[in-house]
Design a binder for this molecule. Sequence first.
Ligand code: GLA
Length: 342
Amino acid sequence: MFAILSLAFVSVSSAAQPAPRSNGLAQTPPVGWSSWNNFGDDINEQIVIETIDAMIANGMRDAGYVFVNLDDGWQRYKGARRDHPLEFDPIKFPRGISYLADYAHQRGMKLGIYSGPGQTTCAGYTGSEGHEAEEARMFASWGVDHLKYDSCCSHREAPKEELQKIFRTMSNALMAQKRGIVLHACHCGWGDIWEWAAALGINHWRIGQDISDDFNYPGNREQYYFDVLDQLDRGVGLEKYAGPGHWNDYDMLIVGLDGKSKQLVGTGASNTEYRTHFSLWAMVSSPMLVGADVRKLDQYSLETLTNQEIVALNQDPAGNIAHKVRDDGDLEVFAKELADGS
Ligand code: GLA
């Protein structure tokens, strides 16, 4: 049982951190939808258009959910980048990605895309290795606003310098574009990424393994997945690394999946647990990308996600991260100071 309170507290100094390299973006955590948690790579133009339309009709856009992010599976080819170009799949996306970016922009929303630093992505599609500048130009020309750049939790033992090089290369390529593109380094937190990501211009970085659709599963499913409370525990102590423009990412939201995702493992959580998960992600200022099929959200999930006071906790301009201020075993209290001093 969790109680969530807003209390004043003394914030931890971040003086030892290297200065962030700012692209001026993500001054508050990105909030929106991402295709992976529900659809996996089974995505297409119709799903994206219907998602945008649904987010407008059900009030999510007006509650702040402006990012609509394609995850893995938009690419035409599976296999190594050295053997194939990186192109959109013309069957799944007959009018191309720029059509979707325009569709989103005309409606006050933003479009995100996905790639990775390897020869292949995690689902086996062509990655961007060796073609970062070319790919950044292509994404910018399509009007993309957000890039999830995914190393698939590889490089666990790699020296930090190697990891930094991977992400620096894409960050530099994006920063060379006129168009501002938010950079998400999807990475399991190896090499203490939180210590150096902001200095490379990364706007958010995953702190742990993929989330499963569970609130508190004993251990890790398949010895890999993190449930809600695992993600939260992982973030304790990392608060000082986050702030406006650079955020710890606790992974995408599982609210509304109800154990029915085609992609994620897990048996779902209760409404109260999903609501607690959402409130906690707001308190720790994580990006909040809904993973459910928003065309079919039930009323309770929609009320959870569009609770304006909770979204405002996440989007508070001070960008403070809640700290655990009390832990009595069954009761944990998280608190953060808001911009207005409350
Ligand atoms: C990794 C990421 C997921 C998703 C998939 C796509 O597992 O952690 O969030 O992007 O890759 O293949």
